[in-house]
Write a protein that binds this ligand. Structure first.
Ligand code: PLP
Length: 357
């Protein structure tokens, strides 16, 4: 256990975000996405906080198995589906819902004897070209699936938008129109991830699939969660473990990549890329020392970062250092590190101490 770093998980923020999304989507059901260890927040922690969701979504069968082992009885959809008999048997035994996106899976599904029938989402590739049946093949897939004794009716339909985080991109309307050709088919439909949920109310349909927004984070590059009325669930915090006076002209850290333009007070905080803080965070990335924003300087090490304490000359050893959270949006840190907040959250090491309130 890392004794310096804590990830604070605020359950009230989780509940606030879920309530806000519920209010936005009206009658649509909520399939809360908690893959990748609940976007780094902890799979079971997220599930415990989001019990008011109608269902959970994960990427892999082992994640769903962990939820079942913890006594979670909600419907759970496994989005990466199955590739062989054993995985299909596991899905059935654990009473999981899943996705079918090719004819090989369809054939396996229709020929295996299974303990329990399964609810199936047929995935339609409306233009993202990752997984899914092309629209012209969906009729054949639907008929084949319809005749399977392992199916728990009705069949559901799902697609994923490629550019929902950029609402003005023309792909969005093309994909939505393509999906709407199936609007008269009998069965629940789902398009919306967080971005579509906020940007395109017409995508709410029967089921929405929010992920990042449940954690209080904006799916849009130009907005933070609070701009959308969300509250960040995680605050990542460590301590100041060094304060050094460094002279003008001296360089700091690995590669001597940063040089002091004047005599400076440099703080050292106990977190680095080995703990999930991004190594490519640039000089100037904001860090909260006490209640003052101070810039990162020099390269991020495995378990340490250096900070220019010019804005907080009275900082003391042991002072709290916040990397992101309620007072410092992770969306901003993502920009400074040339990535997206999703990746920063998923990378948070599960080894650190999680404190829940
Ligand atoms: C991860 C995922 C989501 C959630 O996306 P967010 O952008 O985090 O809201 C929705 N649907 C599917 C199929 C996913 O894999």
């Amino acid at each position: 256990m890392n004794s310096y770093i804590t990830a604070h998980i605020n359950h009230a923020a989780f509940q606030h975000n879920l309530a806000l999304i519920k209010q936005k989507v009206g009658d649509a059901k909520i399939l809360a996405i908690i893959k990748s260890n609940g976007y780094g927040h902890g799979l079971l922690r997220a599930a415990a906080s989001l019990q008011q969701a109608d269902a959970f979504g994960v990427a892999r069968i082992d994640e769903a198995a962990e939820l079942r082992a913890a006594g979670i009885t909600h419907p759970i959809t496994v989005f990466s589906s199955f590739a062989n008999k054993n995985e299909l048997q596991d899905l059935s035994r654990l009473n999981l819902d899943t996705v079918i996106f090719n004819f090989k899976q369809l054939e396996l599904f229709c020929t295996q004897p299974l303990e329990n029938p399964l609810t199936i989402w047929l995935k339609i590739d409306t233009g993202m070209h990752r997984l899914g049946f092309p629209p012209e093949e969906i009729g054949r897939a639907y008929q084949a699936l319809h005749n399977c004794k392992n199916l728990r009716e009705p069949i559901r339909f799902l697609t994923q938008l490629a550019c929902a985080d950029e609402p003005t991109d023309a792909h969005n309307q093309q994909q939505i129109q393509c999906f709407n050709k199936f609007i008269n088919w009998n069965g629940a439909r789902s398009i919306a991830n967080s971005a579509a949920l906020f940007a395109f109310p017409e995508t709410h349909m029967e089921w929405v699939r929010p992920g990042i927004s449940l954690y209080g984070i904006s799916p849009f590059a130009e907005k933070t969660g609070s701009d959308l009325g969300l509250r960040p669930v995680m605050t990542l915090q460590t301590k100041l473990i060094g304060i050094n006076k460094i002279s003008k002209g001296e360089s700091i850290g690995y590669g001597a990549s940063w040089t002091c333009p004047e005599d400076m007070l440099i703080g050292v905080a106990a977190i680095g890329y080995g703990d999930g803080y991004p190594r490519n965070a640039r000089d100037g990335t904001p860090i909260l020392v006490g209640d003052k924003i101070c810039p990162l300087v020099g390269r991020v090490s495995m378990n340490l970062v250096m900070i220019d304490l010019g804005n907080n000359p009275n900082a003391q050893l042991g002072d709290p250092v916040i990397l992101w959270g309620e007072k410092l949006p992770v969306e901003i840190i993502a920009k400074w590190s040339d990535t997206i907040s999703y990746e920063l959250l998923c990378r948070v090491s599960p080894r650190m101490e999680f404190v829940e309130s």
